[in-house]
Design a protein. Structure first.
Lengths: 112, 114
């Protein structure tokens, strides 16, 4: 499979601070990326996506940045809340197919 | 709009038994995916369907695994002669081809082989 990796397996932040979760991907043929949030015992929940022809996309309290030069993706969460505690995955899709490749995940813990 | 529905949510089976999981995708989604996830890992692709056609299968999908989507709506994933290494969460996802390609997951079916 393709290599989609995360720089930090765990991240702890204080409630109210901003969080940044990073993801490296290896294939320059990736054309679409998604960030998912997964709480314990549940399926991955869609957060935000970005196409390879974009550098930045914003949602509600979340921003995804894509740097194709260094094959790096990040998820920024503003004013992190306890409910944001979960494992976050980035997933990439190649322009040659329809399956998504997932990284290992980063576990985010928000400290009240 | 109901999400992706999977059942059973939990299954404990003895090694060597067969198990079947069912997935009902989001209504009108024509693509359906199966993934497997073990503890501490990200989901791994197994197979996907567009309508009733199985278009792609991972090397992870051994001969003991078979997936069907007979009418292009719900899908089943069967594991024959289960092994302890099959213990995992089996995730189903669906998407609507031709739009955003975003895939939406169900809550998964946990399999424990004892």
């Amino acid at each position: 499979g393709e290599s989609v990796g995360l720089h930090l397996p765990t991240l702890s932040v204080q409630e109210g601070d901003n969080s940044i979760i990073n993801c490296a991907y290896s294939n320059s043929a990736s054309d679409y990326f998604i960030w998912y949030k997964q709480e314990s015992g549940k399926g991955p929940q869609f957060i935000i996506d970005i196409r390879s022809n974009m550098d930045k996309r914003q949602g509600q309290r979340v921003t995804v940045l894509l740097n194709k030069t260094v094959k790096h993706l990040s998820l920024q969460i503003a004013a992190t809340q306890p409910g944001d505690s979960a494992v976050y995955f980035c997933a990439e899709k190649l322009n040659t197919g329809n399956q998504f490749y997932f990284g290992t995940g980063t576990s985010l813990t928000v400290i009240p | 709009d109901t999400g992706v529905s999977q059942n059973p949510r939990h299954k404990i089976t003895k090694r060597g038994q067969n198990v079947t999981f069912r997935c009902d995708p989001i209504s009108e989604h024509n693509r359906l995916y199966w993934y497997r996830q073990t503890l501490g890992q990200g989901p791994e692709f197994l197979t996907y369907f567009q309508n009733e056609a199985q278009l792609e299968k991972s090397r992870l999908l051994s001969d003991r695994f078979s997936a069907e989507r007979p009418k292009g709506s719900f899908s089943t994933l069967e594991i024959q002669r289960t092994e302890q290494g099959d213990s995992a969460m089996y995730l189903c996802a669906s998407s609507l081809a031709g739009t955003s390609n975003t895939i939406y997951f169900g809550e998964g079916s946990w399999l424990t082989v004892v």
